[in-house]
Design a protein around this ligand. Sequence first.
Ligand SMILES: Cc1ncc(COP(=O)(O)O)c(C=O)c1O
Length: 369
Amino acid sequence: MNIPFFSFDKMQLNCKDEIKEEVGKVIDSNWYVLGKRLFEFEKVFAKYSQTTYALGVGNGMDALLLSLLALGIGKGDEVIVPAHTFIATFMAVTQTGAIPVPVDVASETANINPNLIEKSISKNTKAIIPVHLYGASCNMEEILTVAKKYNLKVIEDNAQAVGGTFKGKKTGSFGDVNATSFYPIKNLGALGDAGGITTNNLDIYQKIQKIRNYGSSEKYVHDRVGVNSRMDEIQAAVLSVKLKYLDEWNRDREKIAEIYWENLNLIGDLKLFASNKYQFSVNHIFAIRSKKRDELQTFLQKNGIETLIHYPIPPHLQKAYFELGYKKGNFPIAEEIAKTVLSLPIYPGLKSSEQDYIIKTIRNFFEKS
Ligand SMILES: Cc1ncc(COP(=O)(O)O)c(C=O)c1O
């Protein structure tokens, strides 16, 4: 059997014809940037996200960057980020001129450990970026409590968790402003790069409308310095179609995750990341941990099963962040996760025979080793 890490097949089957029709309409409209399709998508995405406003931008990293800029974060400021995340969370902060300050994650969840945030706050700290990693929400209650105590802004990095909830409320609706990614293999994926921002704050919304469009809301009049980061009409049309299927696709992922849980927990030295009853995880990534990760990955590969590692080197140990001055051992949980974590195939359309084969092969590995 050959099982890829990810496949679009089922999702395409659900909506390819509809997408082709909608994209056809965009082509015929003669209008491709900042138009009707984007504004329609922003309306439905805001409603879906339980926020007043949504904005479509170029990609997920820009969504974070524009959110930070709209909050006035820049040179000399510090922003708390989890030590285990995709590099974009760090780089968006760096792009503003501010400094990312990593906080270690909790071993059970791989998300920022709210108990460790307080001791990393300095007089320069302006904001916290909780990342809902692998699709499971952070404990937003605890994070908002710390933020309130120190008067810090909160920007959720919801790139991996669109459709998820914490205590019944959508991720991406808790922060002052929130960012997400519609990179193709995200749970809600465009057919190219795209990103989204959600907020309940009119001032932030209006600022981002300008920042994404050269600091302008009137043609050739520029009130501030901005960037060019606008979701185009084709991606907006694609996402409007796909959004209708998102909850169904997330439920498919949930079923697959449940089967992994039932069959892999307590096999060999495997550890799984716990969700709790307050969360609906959208299972963007199904990550397992083992000290024998590298051998397990090779074994799976030899048996036709593709896996990935999210992520093998924590941002604070990347060459790009050498200047921050961190070294091995600074964030032990994040470093341990980077050494042991492995992501298994999970996507709508993964067949139960394929999942059985993945589980059987993993069990085989641990029986032999
Ligand atoms: C946690 C996280 N934040 C931000 C991003 C950036 O999104 P994009 O790739 O759309 O720029 C990603 C994308 O993989 C991500 O996983």
